[in-house]
Design a protein around this ligand. Structure first.
Ligand code: ADP
Ligand code: MG
Length: 391
């Protein structure tokens, strides 16, 4: 479907499934909302094939005449007509294959609050998101004889500030520690053995509800937390540490493959560091720290660096095993709003995504295009958010 549309709009470069390299960065533009349409907030983003253009209004009077155009190139750019299934087929399906090959793989949704991260990850009953689409494929794959010895486990938790909360256990506080072998483990986190897609659907729904309704702090707000859905394939013959067979505490040695979906905190929250409320300020600082650390870890992964700075934040520490695993893979989906009024945040998101892929080992043509944009970046007026995010 994506492929067909791409070839009809531009026959020179068609959308292919994301190349199976270690780091894939894509952008997804959501449709204008009813509210934006009512306010006559114009669409300022053009996404096509693998390019995104931002038409930044320079004068409020006439958008069509006074815009500054900012071009970006990514692996794939989904426009507002793309469905979760398109995003899944192109970006997440290859991760599921790698997961069955025994890899530790990760898929992030990055972007401003309201840009479509949760829509992409969780979706709706009418349009299931990547969680559900991946798990459908996972259960289909698991039917094969060669995978009969593996079990599918699900954990769902949230990182809020620097604290971890179990979304499958009423937001019970859990702790992450490194064991004697320096493996990171989350003590007390529920891991649910799921036998069929119905059980999975229930688990995801339960966790999702818990995220949006349960209270964590005084001003608990899901846009200020990272939600992590962890799907693990485990050898079933390993003895469990808990009496309850459907809920076992993590034993890292029994893990065959791991697939993590991360619905990140709203990227604009990283600028809350000057907010009048102290708690909001601290949360903003933690989000800022985690998004910077994340960018550095993914870049380190792409460059096959020996040292991965996963200690930079709770988020990256929790993902340590995926970052240091030699065959790990990462997909970043940068979600953006089309509205002209959100241009500044959209540009910040695209610059962040651009930096993530900037230094990865790639074809020379890819490096060239990134370099030309980097010089353009410096000519732009920097907002407070940009200064914080682009350290
Ligand atoms: P975020 O999680 O990034 O804060 P949401 O996923 O909650 O943003 O999206 C904000 C609103 O926009 C929601 O009402 C959601 O249903 C809608 N939305 C986001 N992306 C899409 C899309 N691709 N198609 C249709 N509606 C979308
Ligand atoms: Mg959300």
């Amino acid at each position: 479907n994506m492929q067909r549309r791409a070839t009809t709009t531009n026959k020179e470069s068609s959308i292919k499934p994301c190349d199976p390299s270690k780091i894939v960065v894509c952008v997804r533009k959501r449709p204008l909302s009813k509210k934006e349409k009512l306010k006559n907030d114009p669409d300022a983003i053009k996404a096509m094939n693998n390019t995104v253009q931002v038409f930044e209004p320079k004068l409020k009077v006439d958008l069509t005449k006074y815009t500054e155009v900012h071009p970006f190139t990514f692996d794939v750019a989904f426009d507002e007509t793309a469905k979760n299934q398109d995003v899944y087929n192109s970006c997440a399906k290859p991760l599921v294959q790698a997961f069955f090959d025994g890899s530790k793989v990760t898929c992030f949704a990055y972007g401003q609050t309201g840009a479509g991260k949760t829509h992409t990850m969780m979706g709706t009953p009418e349009e299931p998101g990547l969680y559900t689409l991946a798990l459908r494929d996972i259960f289909e794959m698991k039917q094969r004889k060669e995978y009969a010895h593996l079990g599918v486990y699900i954990s769902f938790f949230e990182i809020y500030g620097s604290k971890l909360f179990d979304l499958l256990n009423g937001k019970k506080r859990v702790e992450c520690r490194e064991d004697a072998k320096q493996r990171v483990r989350i003590i007390g986190l529920e891991e649910r053995l799921c036998e069929d897609p119905e059980q999975v659907a229930q688990t995801i729904e339960e966790g999702g509800k818990c995220r949006s309704t349960g209270s964590t702090g005084a001003n608990a707000d899901s846009s200020r937390s990272h939600a992590i859905l962890e799907i693990t394939l485990k050898y079933m013959d390993t003895p469990t540490t808990s009496e309850n067979s459907s809920s076992t505490e993590s034993d890292p040695s029994s893990i065959y493959g791991k697939l993590s979906f991360i619905d990140l905190a709203g990227s604009e929250r990283a600028a809350d560091t000057t907010h009048s409320d102290r708690q909001t300020r601290m949360e903003g600082a933690e989000i800022n720290k985690s998004l910077l650390a994340l960018k550095e870890c993914i870049r380190a992964l792409g460059q096959n660096q020996y040292h991965t700075p996963f200690r930079g934040s709770k988020l990256t520490l929790v993902l340590k095993d995926s970052f240091i695993s030699p065959d790990s893979r990462t997909v970043m989906i940068a979600n953006v709003s089309p509205a002209a009024s959100n241009c500044e945040h959209t540009l910040n998101t695209l610059r962040y995504a651009d930096r993530v892929k900037e230094l990865r080992k790639d074809s020379p043509s890819h490096r060239r295009s990134t370099a030309s944009f980097a010089s353009m970046d410096t000519n732009l007026t920097t907002s407070r958010t940009t200064e914080i995010m682009d350290q």
